[in-house]
Each structure stands twice: as C-alpha cells, then as structure tokens.
Design a protein around this ligand. Structure first.
Ligand code: NAD
Ligand code: ZN
Length: 346
C-alpha cells in the first residue's frame, strides 16, 4: 500500500531588492543584526539609527572565510536562544558574502526557519551573494558544502557602504559583474568597457543591471537544476585556484577573473569564442587590476581537482563557456588535452 503525502505547494517566495539610500526599517518583533567587527566599527552606528524594533541585538562573528563554519553557526544560534528570539523574529545580515551566507543559513534552521533580510556591504555581496537564496558554510571537505536554499524577505542595497571597501575587494566584485555581462548581456559588456565603475552613478547602474540579470536566472531555476549553472562561468577553474592558493593568495573574485580567462582559452580552443572576444574580456579584467594568469606547478593535479567539486556529476564536469560576448554554451565533453592547454594558457 502506498499513501501519498500530497505536498503540491503554491508558495510565493518573491521578494524585493531595494536599491536606494537605506531608509528607516521598522520591525514589530525582535531583531538580531549579524555582522563582524570590521563592518561594525565602520557602519553599525549608522545602521542602528535606522533600525527600530522591540529589541535589537547585535551578534558579532569573527571576520573572514575561515570562520564560515558550523562552529560559528552554533555561536550565533546560542546567542539567538539567549535573547529568546522566536519564530516571528528577523535576522539582519549586515556585511559581505560571508556574513550573508551564515545569517541566511541560521535563519533557515533557527526554530525551523525565521525571516531574514540582507544588507550587503561589499560589492560582491551586492551583485551576487545576497541575491538568489543560497546560504551555507564551509567544512574540511570544501567550500559551501553545507547549506540550504532559503530566500530573504528583502535585500537593501545602498552603495554608500562601498566608500570604505578596500580596492582589492572592490575589484573582486567587479569580476562577478564582468562574469554576468560576458555570459548574458553584450550591451552591458560594451557599456562596462567604456564606464568607470569608481564613479558613483556608474557603479549604481552596474549593480542594478547585474542584479536584474541574476534575478532573472534565479527566477527560472532557483535550485540550480540547469540554467542557473551559467552563473558558474569561470568558477570551475576558480575553485581549484582558490584551493591551490590555500584560500589566501587570491580573493574569490580574483580567482574567478583567472578562471574566466582559462574558460575563454578552452572556448577559443573548442572554436566557440573568437580570439578577439577573448582579448576584449581579458582587457576589461585588466582595466580593474584583476589577475588574469596563474601558473600551476601541476596541471594534471589541477585537472583532477575538478572532480572533487560538488558540481561534478558521475565523473563529468560541465564547463560554462562563452560563445560570443553575451551568449554561452554548456560543455560537458571537453577533451582532457584541451582543458590542460586552457589551464596552462596555451
Ligand atoms: N550565496 C551566494 O549565492 C554567494 C555568491 C557568491 C559568493 N558567496 C560567498 O560570499 C563570500 C565572499 O563574499 P565577500 O567577497 O563579500 O567577502 P567577505 O564577506 O569576506 O568580505 C570581504 C572583506 O570586506 C570586509 N568588508 C565588508 N564590508 C565592508 C565595507 N563596507 N568596508 C570595508 N570592509 C568591508 C569584510 O569584513 C571582509 O574582511 C564567500 O564565502 C562566498 O562563498 C555566496
Ligand atoms: Zn563567485
């Protein structure tokens, strides 16, 4: 006998991404702001003036990817229990992608799920990490291996916070903007070639366009069963570069910049991308001082590392390759020799 638990759900998880100077946020229930000491020292005072709620608790976690762990999650959860947050309470992620990923994960498991909102303060988090509902943490087996898909109730993007962001972190965010433009929008790519993203109006426009493009992909494939993989352009290579550099040599976005160049080498070798377009992409990365080359001591080992990635399935690895600027193709049968040449930059 089979009894069906009928769970055909009609849930509306839609939410707004508000791009404007942060306006006062009023909550009718308890709130906890999750942040780190770096962001808190620079900006918490301003945020606290804008948030009103029956109780506002600040939970500071140590700064850095190294702390994106279960241990930190437990520390946060303990603080939430001590403050007696309940199922109607809200968490506010105030920081970069690390704070955002951990806050989202805590929100998804605290008392089986409470509301959270994102206030991203890095460029990378504004254009990428805070949009799309991926939450998670790292463990000794790799990055982002534990987590959930859990959407925020709202995202508030105020480019004001970027005024204190170090240049390298800014560049890392630009790499993700370029990633989106190369795969999805030729006109946006051309605009980026002539724009100066250090200009306040230009960065606002670039953030808005990147989010629009990403949100459109997420709306079509929330849980990454196909289309959403396009956002991994450059990332298959980048994850190995991050691993080889012990997660300290390059920032994530910098590895993505090198990864895009490697993916382009492969695309040129397989005939899907012209030399000219590959050169344009590299030129745009260089304009923002992003690294574009990486010499690995052992290309074979680099290649083998692809198969440790959580995105490899049954020994196959899918590469996202640009076809022209603004279009892409998924390739899961690239010959090993071609990939090795792409890694070596040949
Ligand atoms: N969930 C997703 O879809 C998604 C997408 C991309 C990346 N990510 C994750 O995001 C993380 C990377 O995010 P990130 O690049 O924002 O790194 P991050 O959160 O580590 O922030 C980078 C540094 O900038 C500091 N900082 C933050 N805001 C600042 C400000 N306004 N002024 C000065 N300093 C500031 C932080 O304290 C930190 O030292 C990774 O863990 C990655 O896995 C998640
Ligand atoms: Zn990325």
């Amino acid at each position: 006998m089979t009894i069906t638990v009928n769970l055909q759900k009609h849930i509306n998880d839609s939410y707004g991404i508000h791009m404007q100077e942060l306006a006062p946020l009023a909550f009718s229930e308890k709130v906890a702001i999750i942040t780190n000491p770096t962001v808190a020292d620079l900006h918490l005072e301003k945020l606290l003036k804008l948030v009103t709620a029956p109780s506002v608790k600040v939970v500071k976690i140590p700064d850095g990817e190294a702390y994106k762990t279960l241990e930190t999650i437990e520390t946060i959860l303990n603080e939430l229990f001590e403050q007696r947050l309940d199922r109607r309470s809200t968490l506010i992620a105030f920081g970069g992608g690390v704070v955002g990923d951990m806050t989202g994960f805590c929100a998804s498991i605290y008392q089986r799920g409470i509301n959270f909102v994102q206030i991203p303060t890095t460029l990378l988090a504004m254009v990428d990490a805070s949009v799309g509902g991926k939450t998670g943490i790292d463990n000794k087996f790799g990055k982002n291996l534990i987590g959930s898909f859990y959407q925020p109730k709202a995202v508030y993007i105020d480019p004001f916070w970027l005024s204190t962001l170090p240049d390298r972190e800014f560049g890392a965010g630009v790499a993700e903007i370029i990633k989106i433009a190369v795969t999805l929008d030729e006109e946006f790519f051309c605009w980026l070639e002539s724009a100066d993203l250090k200009n306040h109006e230009a960065i606002k426009e670039a953030i808005a366009r990147s989010i629009e493009l990403k949100a459109d992909i997420v709306a079509q494939d929330e849980k990454e069963s196909g289309l959403r993989q396009v956002l991994n352009y450059g990332h298959t290579f980048a994850h190995v570069i991050e691993l080889e550099g012990n997660y300290t040599e390059f920032l994530h976005g910098e590895s993505v910049a090198i990864g895009m160049v490697m993916a382009n080498n492969l695309a040129v070798n397989t005939g899907s991308l012209s030399h000219k377009d590959a050169a344009r992409i590299k030129h745009l990365l260089e304009k923002y001082d992003l690294p574009t080359s990486f010499s690995t001591s052992d290309p074979e080992q680099f290649y083998d590392s692809f198969f440790l990635d959580k995105k490899s399935h049954s020994g196959k690895i899918t590469f996202v390759l640009p076809r022209t600027i603004g279009d892409y193709v998924f390739v899961d049968d690239a010959k090993k020799e071609w990939v090795l040449e792409a890694i070596k930059g040949e």
